[in-house]
Design a protein around this ligand. Structure first.
Ligand code: A2P
Length: 346
């Protein structure tokens, strides 16, 4: 159960979505509609490239406006689903205009004045302010959804992750590139990558964020390590991660080794995860049926399975898990809307 926060302050807010035409923005519109979010109005904002477009909300066509300095007059809640630079420039303007901002970029995630929130995990950090609330990195959200219940019950010592990340994390152009390059490959046509650096069809590659030449970690890995520590409230937690982009459209999978304070039987792990909100155990050894992107797609829940001892840890304290979650839903839009729901006056 989520605790009842004391900061509920919005009633039928006027809502704006920045980046409404993108992969996450489109899902934000859908989540607001499907969850019956009590918006009094919805304003769609994107770049000048989208001027003249319309998108549907509650059966009505809405125009897409070009984001500008004065876009936030009269807006109570601004959901940002654009890039970091846009968030850094426009979120302060939205706040100055009186809006609460929930930002999906990495701009504010490590800013200690901005809570970094997964409602099922650390709702207590959502102290009310008319400021910016950060929506975590998709891989950090999906990881924490599976790990936080174990941390709470058994204590957490260390995390080791390997990710299998979908195209959607790199936005709508990368999803289009996966489809177009696959079609070209199947038809024997050449395809020059545009959104990503490497061939995407029938291939996988180290995550496309810039790599730090000193440490050898890429930007995604650095975000996942820092954000996971912050969300789990454990600044010294040892976390190792390798992030890989795979040819899947919109759901991430992650192989996780979780070192707990003491050895715990897999059955107790399964029981703990089965009780966790927003988590669904998919762990059928007989049928060899475990979490898959194809089954996570379109789902709000994070799927968790392959629950077993990690035999690579001689102490016996580590459990191995395999998880999958929809990057655009729980990894982005759904989590943002769940945060927004926590701000509503009951
Ligand atoms: P647009 O469609 O007009 O380019 P994605 O992550 O799927 O690529 O989506 C990014 C979203 O952010 C899109 O809606 C995109 O709008 C929007 N966007 C990108 N740059 C800007 C900008 N400078 N100002 C406003 N919106 C932007």
């Amino acid at each position: 159960m989520l605790t009842q926060p004391s900061y509920r302050s919005l009633r039928n807010p006027a809502v704006a979505i920045v980046g409404a035409t993108g992969a996450v923005g489109t899902e934000l519109i859908r989540c607001l509609e499907e969850r019956g979010f009590p918006a009094s109005s919805l304003k769609l904002l994107a770049s000048a490239r989208s001027a003249g477009k319309t998108m549907g909300f509650r059966g009505q066509p809405l125009p897409v406006h070009t984001l500008a300095e004065d876009s936030f007059a009269g807006i109570d809640l601004a959901l940002f689903a654009a890039d970091t630079e846009t968030a850094l420039t426009y979120a302060p303007l939205a706040v100055a205009a009186g809006a609460v901002v929930i930002d999906n970029s990495s701009a504010y995630r490590l800013d200690l004045d901005c809570p970094l929130v997964i409602p099922e995990v650390n709702l207590e950090t959502l102290a009310w302010s008319r400021g910016v609330i950060a929506n975590p990195n998709c891989t950090a959200i999906i990881t924490c959804m599976a790990v936080a219940p174990l941390q709470r019950r058994f204590g957490l010592r260390r995390l080791q992750l390997s990710t299998y990340q979908a195209a959607s994390g790199a936005g709508a152009p990368a999803m289009a590139e996966l489809l177009a390059s696959t079609e070209a490959y199947l038809n024997g046509r050449a395809y020059t990558p545009q959104a990503l650096k490497h061939r995407y069809a029938f291939n996988l590659f180290s995550h496309d964020t810039d790599i730090d030449l000193q440490s050898g970690y890429n930007g995604e890995e650095t975000k996942v390590m820092a954000e996971t520590r912050r969300i789990l409230g454990s600044s010294n937690l040892p976390v190792g991660v390798t992030c890989v982009r795979v040819p899947v459209l919109r759901a991430h999978a992650i192989s996780i080794s979780v070192e707990l304070d003491a050895p715990v039987a897999p059955a107790a792990i399964r029981e703990c995860l089965a009780e966790a909100p927003g988590v669904r155990v998919v762990d059928d050894r007989e049928a060899n049926h475990f979490p898959m992107p194809a089954e996570a797609e379109g789902q709000g829940d994070v799927l968790v399975g392959r629950i077993r001892r990690d035999l690579g840890d001689p102490s016996g304290r580590s459990v191995a898990l395999f998880v999958a979650g929809d990057q655009l839903l729980k990894g982005a839009a759904l989590n943002a809307v769940q945060i927004a729901e926590q701000l509503l006056i009951a």
